[in-house]
Design a protein around this ligand. Structure first.
Ligand code: GSH
Length: 219
């Protein structure tokens, strides 16, 4: 049985965005059952020697399958995608294009979006963050504009949904605290198409379920 490690609870800003969602989504798309292993945010689980052997950086997700342990959501989604044509075309050129878009999502888009989002979520009141924010926003917007141009007249990044779309939509969702995606109709429609997939919705519900159960008591 496949096991995916996820957090038992995270603060609201992260709920629905934790990177195990991408892995759950991929598993739902290809129809592979899995069980979740829930860990706590904080040193007890994340910094333990046992967990670091699974995930050197103490992060989620971790993926375990028949003695194979993987970390890095992109690598895990690729591993799952290789199991089914649903996420990865068999034809070599189409496969290479799908993988290209996986890297584009994680290398060319996500770092800028994440950098900008971290400023807003974690450092908004810091003086340095106020100075840095405009240029971080500019870089994120540049990439979004370029992606929106590519998406004109397209339903998916290529001629069908692939693991590249799964990661790209996941990355765009990180900006949900802004109107940056909504302001670009091609990207907004694309995001909505991705989120409308039943596999996406199931994965989201499954990530959110423990958060309600393990929410810390209100003070
Ligand atoms: N590049 C990694 C990033 C994983 C990551 O950032 N995980 C976050 C949750 S979305 C995490 O575990 N954060 C806690 C921490 O870094 O201590 C991946 O894609 O798997």
């Amino acid at each position: 049985m496949i096991t995916v490690t996820a957090f038992r609870w995270v603060p609201p800003f992260a709920q629905g965005l934790v990177r195990d969602h991408r892995v759950r989504w991929a598993l739902e798309e290809v129809g592979l059952p899995y069980q979740e292993k829930l860990i706590s945010v904080g040193p007890e689980d994340q910094a333990s020697e046992a967990y670091r052997r699974l995930q050197p950086f103490g992060q989620v997700p971790v993926y375990e399958e028949d003695g194979l342990t993987l970390f890095e959501s992109g690598a895990i989604v690729l591993h799952i995608a290789e199991k089914s044509e649903v996420l990865m075309p068999r034809e070599p050129a189409a496969r290479a294009r799908a993988i290209t878009w996986m890297f584009a999502a994680l290398n060319s888009i996500e770092p800028h979006i994440q950098n900008f989002t971290a400023i807003d979520i974690f450092f908004a009141n810091e003086e340095w963050a106020k100075l840095r924010r405009p240029s971080a926003l500019q870089m994120a917007e540049k990439r979004l504009d370029e992606l929106a141009t590519w998406m004109k007249g397209r339903e998916w990044l290529e001629d069908r949904f692939t693991a590249g779309d799964l990661l790209m939509v996941s990355v765009l969702r990180i900006l949900r605290h802004t109107n940056l995606v909504a302001a670009r109709p091609e990207l907004e429609a694309y995001r909505q198409r991705g989120e409308a997939r039943p596999a996406f919705q199931k994965a989201l519900a499954d990530q959110l379920a423990p958060f309600a159960k393990y929410a810390p008591p209100r003070t």
